[in-house]
Design a protein around this ligand. Structure first.
Ligand code: SF4
Length: 336
């Protein structure tokens, strides 16, 4: 079945589902404590989509062309019984790829249940192997060892591949890039370096704090020579590079210096049921109201198509210091 396409002929292929706006970390580039501190008004439970509502929407998105679903948050593992949702999504006919992004803090406890529920692979965020740096970045003093034990538990549970996402910020953890590459190369996990992005309006983003992909590549290639590798599928976010000596691969997500909007096939669903067509959107399309208002599958499907067909997002191509302060949804709300 042909996927619905947008104004730039980009098919709807990927759906990122945020299942909560809450998190047990306060990463400074995503959920700064000054904003998301005590008293912050997170979404009340009644406004958050139920597992049944999420699964129904996922089924309708798949019918419009979605082949891959990524479960995100906030931190998805803080959502109660998340493995039940994994099992429901894993059973959606026509969904070829189901994955999840986590900060790893609860992974040691949840890995086996997620695997048994039908999850095949997973992505874990980790920004440094040094406790002082990592604890300062997650701002809840959560130690590196806790995440590493989560990754080990995921491997033991049979989740494969395991990808590790590192957001690189100049003067904060850029000097850790090589250590991270050595560590995860030895363990056969795919490390992906993410350029620091101006997502939302709360992280104080400045271009000066961005370490360009080219610079990161030079750092790694200087010690462990790399060569470009084919994309796994059209629209894949990360540029892949494999080690020339066969020692595995890394990825680079260069939204700032090498925009990839031209091939962007990603839709996003927030925990309260809003449909976003870009990570840097400032407004979404309410699906929860339609769902709870008794809309039929046909009505919902027509709405999904109508939104995607007029999509023309290309924020990263037009990004400038001036656009950084535009009202945009928060990373913690939409989950990357
Ligand atoms: S900026 Fe928006 S359109 Fe461009 S790649 Fe990111 S999500 Fe897609």
């Amino acid at each position: 079945m042909d996927a619905v396409t947008d104004t730039r002929n980009r098919p709807l292929r990927d759906l990122r589902i945020s299942v909560t706006d809450r998190c047990n970390f306060r990463c400074v580039y995503c959920m700064p404590r000054e904003v998301f501190g005590r008293g912050y008004a997170f979404l009340p439970h009644s406004q958050v989509l139920t597992f049944e509502e999420i699964t129904r929407l996922a089924r309708l998105f798949v019918a419009q062309g979605v082949e891959k679903v990524r479960i995100t948050g906030g931190e998805p593992l803080v959502r109660h019984d998340i493995e039940k949702l994994v099992a429901m999504l894993a059973a959606v006919p026509g969904l070829h790829d189901l994955t999840l992004t986590t900060n790893g803090a609860l992974l040691k406890r949840k890995a086996q249940a997620l695997r048994e529920a039908g999850l095949r692979r997973i992505t874990v965020s980790l920004d440094s192997l040094r406790d002082d740096v990592f604890m300062a970045m997650n701002d809840v003093d959560f130690p590196v060892q806790g995440v590493l034990e989560g990754i080990e538990a995921a491997q033991e549970a049979g989740l494969h591949p395991i990808k590790v996402n590192m957001v690189v910020k100049r003067g904060v953890n850029d000097s850790d890039a090589l250590d991270m590459a050595r560590y995860f190369r030895e363990r056969g996990h795919i490390l992906r370096f993410i350029e620091y992005m101006d997502v939302g309006t709360t992280n104080g983003w400045r271009m000066d704090d961005v370490v360009p992909a080219a610079e990161i590549l030079r750092m790694i290639d200087g010690e462990m020579p790399l060569e470009p590798a084919e994309a796994n599928y059209p629209g894949e976010v990360a540029e892949r590079y494999r080690y020339k000596d066969g020692g595995g691969e890394i990825g680079i997500i260069a939204s700032v210096t090498q925009p990839f909007c031209g091939a962007c096939t990603r839709a996003r669903l927030s925990a309260e049921g809003k449909f976003y067509t870009c990570l840097f959107s400032s407004a979404g399309h309410d699906l929860r109201g339609l769902l709870r208002g008794g809309a039929t599958d046909d009505e919902l499907s027509a709405f999904l198509r109508s939104v995607w067909r007029i999509r023309d997002d290309r924020y990263s191509e037009v990004r400038a210091e001036a656009t950084a302060s535009l009202p945009k949804i928060e990373m913690s709300y939409i989950g990357g």
